[in-house]
Design a binder for this molecule. Structure first.
Ligand code: PAF
Length: 285
């Protein structure tokens, strides 16, 4: 595996991979890799001839009071994991390579970016959309893989790709990969490492309460009642607060008061200690 950190080196390395009809899959990450990321890499390897992974802790998606400096950085360990998974090329740009002096552009996807995590983290999805569009333009992959764990992020990227006509040569297909979970159901996340052992044990209430709420809604319980029970269960388990617990249209993320014909998603963000956990589940009628 080759690791490059300037655009010139990236272009040279990509030209070497792109021989004949070889296809390239992109797996964008911010590093601190866990099994969830490696699952994306394995899916990407199964679908494309070559996998390009990126590691970039994107300052534009962190708010002023968020943990940019504290965000875990472990490039050597991450590179070893990616190499072991058969990644061909690691794109690990410096902040200056990604955002040179005078960088002035921001991509904003209205609507789908605004509620849920967008309400609690103003500007976050503009930062995500901006860097992902840059990654698509830099790598020009045939396909790109994102985890469903960050369901709103995936929805934002899909709307951006549709609105900006991001078919080849930018990216041909955006593929969402189901969330990878720990044995007790907790969704894998780089942020789980911030949980104390007690908080980690209590955090299993999140997927448990979500599964119960999804089953209740499917079984005919009213959405408000099911979400109320979910919130009560999380608070009883030791969560400090719930940012949101919503049933939403799976594509637009508009809130739903009842299941309809279109796919629906249950999305929750809740805080335990100082850590904000998010999770989501499909809910079918
Ligand atoms: O999901 C992430 O790790 C990041 O938001 C992404 C998509 C790599 C953009 O920085």
């Amino acid at each position: 595996m080759q690791t490059v950190n300037s655009l010139g080196m990236l272009r040279t390395a990509l030209a070497q991979l792109r021989v004949g009809n070889a296809t390239i899959a992109l797996v964008p990450t911010m590093g601190a890799l866990h099994e969830g990321h490696l699952t994306l890499v394995r899916r990407a390897r199964a679908e494309a001839d070559h996998v390009v992974a990126s590691i970039f802790v994107n300052p534009k998606q962190f708010g002023p009071n968020e943990d940019l400096d504290a965000y875990p950085r472990q490039l050597a360990a991450d590179a070893a994991m990616l190499e072991a998974e058969g990644v061909a090329l690691l794109w690990a740009p410096t902040v200056d390579a990604m955002y040179p002096d005078g960088f002035a552009t921001s991509v904003s996807v209205a609507g789908v970016s605004e509620g849920l995590c967008g309400a609690a983290r103003p500007g976050h999805f503009d930062g995500v959309a901006t860097v992902v569009l840059k990654l698509f333009n830099q790598v020009a992959p045939d396909m790109a893989f994102f985890g469903e764990k960050d369901f709103q992020q995936l929805a934002v990227i899909r709307v951006m790709a549709r609105d900006l006509d991001l078919t080849r040569p930018h990216v041909d297909a955006i593929i969402g990969v189901p969330t990878v979970r720990e044995a007790d159901g907790l969704a894998m996340s780089s942020r789980n490492r911030y949980l104390s052992p007690e908080q980690r044990a209590a955090a299993a209430a999140l997927p448990r309460a979500m599964r119960a709420a999804a089953a209740a809604i499917t079984g005919g319980t009213g959405v408000t009642e099911a979400l109320g029970a979910l919130e009560a269960e999380l608070l009883a388990a030791g969560f400090a607060s719930i940012d949101y617990a919503t049933l939403a249209d799976a594509a637009s993320l508009a809130p739903l008061e009842a299941l309809g014909p279109a796919p629906a998603r249950l999305l929750v963000a809740a805080r335990i200690g100082g850590t904000r956990l998010i999770d989501n589940l499909a809910v079918s009628g």
